[in-house]
Design a protein. Structure first.
Length: 359
């Protein structure tokens, strides 16, 4: 009876604000005992009642800052004892001061407006802040949010990068837009890749700021040890040749470190569903380059079928091409050998570089 009463609550945000985010007061407002409310919130959200209320309050504060509300007004409205208490908790969650957060958010929205032009309000950064608050309420209203079947695995994202700023940026994006995702950090070395393979994550973000060897080698190592796990390249700059090499080596996605949080989360969500996903710069390279390659192969005197095989070799190994085209593997190897001989390379990786240089 008590659980059904709690499940019937339609607006947890309004209830929490009315109770000034105090657990005992909220229990009185809802009309249940404090212990029942604590058990309900922990079962549905996986968090303690106090932690859940604190996160909700900070997300509402982030919405207010993004909308231009003064800090003093938010402090009084959300029940903080003073500004320093608010600043300290906000910095712990968002890794920046409230004032800096407001400034950066205004710049981000202004940049999105100038780049997107007629972009819809549903794609705006402020809309995503509101969606994060609604997601917290939805988890309490839905029995499926945390009452999960045995064997359910949480979404665990492994970041392979030794750059601390990259870890902070990814953690901030998850805190804002995907609070259920767990981030785990690993160094780009064989020992950490081996440790990563012992308990495979849902996905790997491969950064490698200044690796001891090429990023594509780490990509090959990860895909060999974790064949069922998708890899997204988390790059510092949009290098066209590197994009093609990474995708050819098996990367399922590509996103820049300078991308806004919503872009990073979008790419991860799409790859988690089994699709390939790329940021705008990478997508332009992947669309434009094959056209140039096809034209280049035709100028080199290759037949149309061989030109098509050359395009497929940019993305897929020979055996996979044979399965896709339902052709004998020996036939595909023979056509690939013809492509390699015409461009004086020994394999797929060298072919990408050779074609990129000839554009």
């Amino acid at each position: 009876m008590r659980t059904s009463k709690l499940s019937a609550v339609d607006n947890w945000r309004a209830m929490a604000q009315r109770a000034m985010f105090r657990p005992r007061t909220l229990a009185s407002v809802v009309g249940v005992g404090l212990r029942n409310l604590e058990l309900f919130v922990r079962r549905r959200s996986g968090r303690s009642l106090r932690d859940w209320l604190n996160e909700l309050r900070l997300r509402i504060a982030a919405q207010g800052l993004a909308a231009g509300a003064p800090i003093s007004e938010l402090v009084s409205q959300l029940g903080y004892c003073d500004r320093s208490h608010f600043r300290r908790q906000f910095r712990q969650m968002f890794h920046r001061s409230p004032r800096r957060f407001a400034t950066e958010w205004k710049q981000r929205e202004a940049k999105g407006t100038t780049q997107g032009g007629a972009a819809s309000a549903a794609a705006s950064p402020s809309h995503e802040l509101a969606e994060a608050v609604r997601a917290m309420e939805t988890r309490l209203r839905s029995d499926q949010a945390r009452d999960r079947e045995p064997g359910h695995r949480a979404v665990r994202i492994a970041l392979v990068d030794e750059d601390p700023s990259a870890t902070r940026a990814v953690q901030e994006a998850f805190t804002l837009l995907a609070p259920d995702w767990q981030l785990e950090s690993y160094r780009p070395c064989k020992e950490d890749v081996r440790r990563l393979a012992e308990e495979p994550p849902s996905m790997v973000l491969l950064g490698c700021r200044r690796p001891k060897k090429a990023r594509v080698d780490y990509l090959a190592l990860i895909t060999a040890r974790l064949p069922a796990v998708s890899v997204i390249i988390y790059a510092a700059s949009p290098d066209g040749d590197q994009i093609l090499s990474d995708v050819s080596a098996g990367a399922r996605g590509y996103v820049l470190k300078t991308a806004p949080p919503r872009e990073l989360v979008r790419v991860i969500r799409e790859v988690l569903t089994g699709r390939e996903s790329f940021c705008q710069q990478a997508q332009e390279t992947l669309v434009k380059f094959p056209r140039e390659v096809f034209s280049l192969c035709q100028r080199a005197g290759l037949k149309r079928q061989v030109c098509e095989i050359a395009l497929l070799l940019l993305r897929h190994p020979e055996k996979e091409i044979a399965l896709r085209l339902d052709l004998p593997t020996n036939t595909i190897y023979a056509l690939a050998k013809e492509v390699f001989a015409r461009f004086h390379v020994r394999g797929r990786r060298e072919l990408v570089g050779a074609l990129a240089r000839r554009r």
